[in-house]
Ligand binder design. Sequence first.
Ligand SMILES: Nc1nc2c(c(=O)[nH]1)N[C@H]1C(S)=C(S)[C@@H](COP(=O)(O)O)O[C@H]1N2
Ligand SMILES: [Mo]
Length: 421
Amino acid sequence: MIKQNDKISITGGLLDRRVFLKKGLVFSVATLSSDPLHATRDDARLPWMKTPGATFSNYGQPSTYEQDVIRWTMANSMAGGNGVSWTPLHKMEGTITPNGLHFERHHNGVPQIEPERHQLLIHGAVEKPLIFDMVALLRYPMTSCFTFIECGGNSNAAWRDEPIQVAAGYFHGMASCSEWTGIPLSILLNEAKIKEPAKWVIAEGADAAMMSISIPLDKMLDDCILAVYQNGERIRPENGYPLRLIVPGWEGVLNVKWLRRLHLTNRPSMTRNETAKYTELLPSGKARQFTFVMEAKSLITSPSVGQKLENPGLYQISGLAWSGRGRITKVEVSADAGRTWAEAELQQPVLSKCFTRFRIPWQWDGKGTVLKSRAVDETGYIQPERSALIAARGKYGYFHYNAIVSWGISNQGEISHVYTE
Ligand SMILES: Nc1nc2c(c(=O)[nH]1)N[C@H]1C(S)=C(S)[C@@H](COP(=O)(O)O)O[C@H]1N2
Ligand SMILES: [Mo]
C-alpha cells in the first residue's frame, strides 16, 4: 500500500511506477458532462458505425492508418540484393517483432526456395553423413526459443564522431525478437554420430551468396535449433524459408538462413564473414575475431529521436534491453544526463537472450535534459558508456557497438541523439 505522504519521486523527475496507481491519472480527451454517452466524439454517427464492415480476409494486414510502421530499407546501389532493412523499434511496444517487420540482412537477395527441393546435408567429422528433406525434418520433435537476432553491425553509426539524427529503430533496429520453433540441433548431430576431431561446424546457406560461417560445435550442441517456424507461421522467405539456423545470443551472421549444409571440422574455415567482416580492429592494430556473443544493450524507444514532448508533465519512458549472455537483471534510467539513475520496471516474463521491455514514469519539468538507459545482465555485465567502449575498443572496430544511448531533450520538447562524454 502506498500512503498519502509517500515520496514517489525518485530522481531527475523519474517516478516510482506506483505513481500511476496513486495519482489516478486522467489523460482522456474530454471531461465528462452529466450526459457522458453523448459527450463522445460525434456521438454514434461515425461512418463505420452506420454501415456493415468489410468481409473476411485470408491473411490479415495492419490498419491502413499504420502505414508508416515499416522497415527502412537500404539496398546496395550496385547489387540490390545486398543490404539491410531495419525494424521500426521506435513505433513498437512489447517484445515480439511481427514477421513482416523483422530486420533483414541479405548478402545476395532472398532466394525463392521450393520446399520440396530443399535439402539439408550433415557431413564431415561424423560417422553417418545424413541428408534430410523438409518432410523428414518436420517429423522430428520441436521446441521453441524466444530469442533476439542482432546483426554484429547493429548501431555501427554510433562509432562516428558526430551523433546521427535517425529514428531509434532505423539506427538500432538491426535487432528483432521472435519465437523461433524447430528441431534442437543436438538431436540431428547426435544421430549423425559426431566423431573426432569435430570441434567446429561450418554452416552454409542456399542463397546465391552461399553464405557460410564457422560455429563452435559446443554452442551447436548447447542451444541451437533448426528453425522452421517464426512466431507461429512458417519462416518468411526473407528470414530463411524453409529452414534457418538459430544461434541464441550470438551474432546475427551465425544464424544462417536457407540452411543447406552443416560440415563438421576440426577448425574454423576462415570464411569472409569471420575474417574480412565481423572482426574488429583494435587500437593496438590487432583485430578481435570470433567475438560471437552480443553483449548487453538497452535503448529507450519512447520517447526517442524524431518524437516530441508536447508539454511538461507525466510521460512513460519505455524501451528494450537484451543480452546474448542470458537474462537482463536490471535496467536503470537516468533523466539528468547520467548523474543519477533509477531502476525501471521489467515486464515479465524476463527470458534469457530475449528482448526485455522496461518502463518507468517520468515527470518532465519542461527544461532541457538528457535521457539514458543502462542494462545489466545476469553475469553482472553492465552496459558501458560510449567513452568507456571507445577507450577499450577504439573507433574503427565497426562491429559490436553496445554503449549507452543518450537522447537530448530540448526545452521545446524536441528529441535528438547526443553524446554526453
Ligand atoms: N544464407 C545466408 N544467411 C544469412 C545471411 C545471408 O546473407 N545469407 N545474412 C546473415 C546476417 S549478416 C544476419 S545479421 C542475419 C540476418 O537475419 P534476418 O535477415 O532474418 O534478420 O542473417 C544471417 N544469415
Ligand atoms: Mo549481420
